[in-house]
Design a protein around this ligand. Structure first.
Ligand code: B12
Length: 327
C-alpha cells in the first residue's frame, strides 16, 4: 500500500497510544496488505480495491467524519472511540508457549509481525499455546491506513432473485422438463455441510434447498468424489448443472480441484453442451470464475434461493445440445 493511503504524520502523532502490557518495539510500518474480497452473500459484492485518486490532505480532512451530516468519504477503523484506527487481528505462529522465556519470545514475535503489518502501537491481548510448537495470538493495535469510500466499488448481482414458484415456472416454460443438478464435494474434501445446505430440502438460513424445487431433480453424490466419477455421473444423469463444493483450501486445493474439474468437463464434451459448472465454498473469490474455467462461483453465506435463481437465469435460450446461456 502506498503512503498515500495513510494518515499524515502530524495527525498520527496526535492520537493517544494505548499502552498495555506488551507493545511493539519496532514502530516501522511496512504497510498492511489489501484485504481480498471473498464475495459475501447478498445482492452486492465488493470488488477489488482500486487506487484512490484524492489527495492525502483531502482524505485526512474528511477522515474525521461524524454522526449526522453526509457519510464521510474517508474512514478509519473504530475500536474504542470513533476513528481511532484500532483493529484486532488473530494469527498463529510456529513458536512454543511453554516456559516464561518461550512466552515472552512468542509475544515478541507476534508484536514484530504486528508492527510489520502496520499496527502501531500494538498489544497482545490473547496468547494461547496450541500443542507444544504453536501459539495462537490476538493482537489489538492501531493502523494509520485510511479507507477511501469513493474508491470502493461493488458488483450488483447479475440476475434477479426469484421465489421458488418463479424458478419452477421458468424451468417449466423454458425447458419443459426438470432441470437436473448433480452435486458433490470433490477431491479429498469431506465437508458436505455447505453443499447439503444448498441441495438438501432442509436448506439453509431459512430457505429450502434445491430438492424442494418441484422442477429441479437433485443428485447429491456426497463427499470425496473423484472428478472422473463426477463427469461420468453428470453424463449418465444428463445434468444441466454440476454443483461442486470445496471447503478445504490448504495449498490452494480448492483452486486446483476446480480447474481439474473444469478441464475434465471440457474434454468430456468436446462438441459443446457441457453442463453449467458451479463451484462454491467459503474461501473462493467469486470474481475468479473465468480464471478457473467455471461458469459461476458462490462464496460464504450463499443461500439456496440465490443458486436456484442463478440456474433459472441461465435458461434463456439454453438447450441441452448447445452451450448454456450464462448470466
Ligand atoms: C464441520 C467441519 C468439519 C467436519 C465436516 C463434516 C461434514 N460432513 O461436512 C469434519 C469434522 C469431518 C471436518 C474435518 C476436517 N476439517 Co473441518 N471444519 C468444519 C467447520 C467447523 C465447519 C464447516 C461447515 O460446516 N460450515 C458451515 C457451512 C454451511 O458453510 P460453508 O461450508 O462455508 O458453505 C456455505 C458457503 O460456503 C456456500 N457453499 C459451500 N459449498 C458450496 C457449493 C456450491 C455449489 C454453492 C453454490 C455454494 C457452496 O454455501 C454454503 C451455505 O451458505 C470448519 C470451520 C468453520 N467454522 O468454518 C472446519 C474447517 C473447514 N475444517 C478444516 C480442516 C483443516 C479439516 C481437516 C483437514 C482437519 C483434520 N486435520 O483432520 C478435516 C478434513 C476432512 C476432509 N477430508 O475434508 C479447516 C479448513 C482449513 C482450510 N481452509 O483449508 C477449517 C476451516 C477449520 C480451521 N480453521 O482449521 N471438518
Amino acid at each position: 500500500m502506498s503512503t498515500d493511503d495513510t494518515e499524515p504524520t502530524a495527525s498520527r502523532a496526535a492520537q493517544p497510544g494505548t499502552g498495555g502490557p506488551v507493545t511493539a518495539g519496532d514502530g516501522t510500518a511496512a504497510g498492511a496488505a489489501q484485504p481480498r474480497s471473498h464475495g459475501p452473500r447478498g445482492a452486492v459484492r465488493p470488488s477489488r480495491p482500486r487506487d484512490a485518486t484524492a489527495s492525502t490532505a483531502a482524505r485526512a480532512r474528511s477522515a474525521a467524519g461524524g454522526i449526522g451530516g453526509p457519510p464521510p468519504r474517508t474512514i478509519r477503523p473504530y475500536g474504542d472511540t470513533t476513528g481511532d484506527g484500532r483493529v484486532q487481528v488473530s494469527f498463529t505462529l510456529p513458536v512454543p508457549f511453554g516456559s516464561e522465556t518461550e512466552r515472552a519470545r512468542a509475544e515478541g514475535a507476534a508484536l514484530q509481525l504486528a508492527a510489520k503489518m502496520g499496527l502501531d502501537p500494538a498489544m497482545v491481548v490473547h496468547a494461547k499455546g496450541i500443542g507444544s510448537d504453536f501459539t495462537f495470538f490476538i493482537v489489538y493495535g492501531r493502523v494509520s491506513h485510511l479507507v477511501d469510500m469513493s474508491a470502493v466499488t461493488v458488483t450488483e448481482r447479475e440476475f434477479p432473485l426469484l421465489t421458488a414458484q418463479e424458478v419452477n415456472l421458468r424451468i417449466r416454460s423454458e425447458l419443459g422438463r426438470k432441470f437436473v443438478v448433480v452435486g458433490a464435494c470433490i477431491g479429498t474434501d469431506a465437508h458436505t455441510v455447505g453443499i447439503d445446505a444448498i441441495l438438501n430440502v432442509k436448506g439453509h438460513a431459512g430457505e429450502k434447498g434445491l430438492e424442494y424445487y418441484r422442477e429441479i431433480r437433485v443428485v447429491n453424490m456426497g463427499a470425496q468424489v473423484g472428478v472422473p466419477d463426477l463427469v461420468a455421473r453428470a453424463r449418465a444423469e444428463r445434468a444441466d448443472a454440476v454443483l461442486v463444493s470445496q471447503v478445504v483450501t490448504q495449498r490452494d486445493a480448492h483452486l486446483s480441484n476446480a480447474r481439474e474439474m473444469a478441464a475434465a468437463f471440457r474434454d468430456a464434451y468436446p462438441g459443446g453442451g457441457k453442463p453449467l459448472l458451479v463451484v462454491g465454498g467459503p474461501r473462493f473469490d467469486p470474481a475468479a470464475a473465468g480464471a478457473l474455467g467455471v461458469d459461476a462461483i458462490f462464496g460464504r453465506g450463499t443461500t439456496p434461493r440465490e443458486v436456484a435463481s442463478y440456474l433459472a437465469a441461465t435458461l434463456d435460450g439454453a438447450t441441452r445440445d448447445g452451450e448454456p446461456a450464462h448470466v
